[in-house]
Design a protein around this ligand. Structure first.
Ligand SMILES: [Fe+2]
Ligand SMILES: [Fe+2]
Length: 278
């Protein structure tokens, strides 16, 4: 079966087009012959503006998938539900609503979890499907569920959760990625890749049996990665024979620039309003 997939970035940190907004966050609309799935919803500020400018009708979306519970991914969910005006299946890990905080350089804590409760979102139309295992959302689009971590790639130490009242480093148990079947090969769409880019690729191989991927898109959380980690990550991406690399959001300018200069395949810009067909 020919599977042409359309990927549209509705919200991203970067925006180079007049008439669209950028914000810290990510939202990607995936359209396949099997259905339309919205991966994440941004922070909730740019979505309304951008869907109007792009002419996106959220009532046509079949399901929403939340890659993890950071506010820059789940913060726009209430608005998405209000715009969709229907009951909407929402896939997420059961820990997606856990309280999470970030510590800034001055040591101050600020909330980074969902700005809405499960009940508030259900009142707006969400029908949550909590899962930890891989799940098919529509034909051709699956979610990984919990991603096994064989390799210590979680370099950020500024994200915390509460455990028995104490602050503990966030293990990002709710982090997941989307896997999209195309006629050119599998593509992986990350939210923030908090489980690690390499761990996610390894886990996708484990659950699909596919060693090689056509495309990698989304946030890779390599903001604080040093040269050694960037080289190792790129070597693993190359080993997977990836042809198109569209990393964005929390990848960071340094890592994005490194990939643009060194990736042997096609390195593309994914920003608010970017649209590509695979
Ligand atoms: Fe993020
Ligand atoms: Fe995140």
């Amino acid at each position: 079966m020919v599977l042409t997939v359309k990927l549209t970035n509705l919200v991203d940190d970067y925006c180079f087009k007049m008439g669209l907004l950028g914000e810290h966050g990510l939202s990607m609309l995936l359209e396949t012959p099997g259905g339309k799935v919205l991966i994440d919803t941004g922070s909730g500020f740019a979505m309304d503006f951008n869907i109007g400018a792009l002419g996106v009708d959220l009532s046509q979306v079949d399901a929403v998938a939340i890659t993890h519970g950071h506010s820059d991914h789940i913060g726009g969910l209430k608005l998405v539900l209000e715009k969709a005006r229907k009951l909407m299946p929402v896939y997420a890990h059961p820990e997606v609503f856990q309280e999470r905080v970030k510590k800034n350089d001055a040591g101050d804590l600020f909330q980074t979890g969902s700005p809405f409760t499960r009940e508030e979102l259900e009142s707006a139309g969400a029908e949550f499907i909590f899962h930890t295992e891989p799940v098919e959302v529509v034909p051709g689009i699956m979610l990984t569920g919990y991603i096994e971590r064989g390799f210590d790639e979680i370099k950020t130490r500024s994200h915390f959760v509460y455990k028995d009242g104490d602050l503990c480093p966030d293990p990002f148990v709710d982090d997941q990625a989307a896997v999209v079947e195309t006629e050119k090969g599998l593509c992986i769409v990350f939210g923030c890749a908090h489980s690690g880019v390499i761990n996610t690729m390894n886990y996708v191989e484990k659950i699909t049996g596919e060693k090689y991927f056509y495309g990698i898109f989304g946030g890779t959380h390599l903001l604080q990665a040093g040269e050694e980690q960037l080289k190792h990550t790129l070597a693993e991406i190359e080993r997977r024979q990836v042809k198109v690399l569209g990393v964005t959001h929390c990848t960071g300018i340094n890592a994005k620039s490194f990939f643009d200069r060194n990736f042997t395949g096609e390195s593309c810009q994914i920003v608010s309003g970017s649209c590509m067909e695979i």
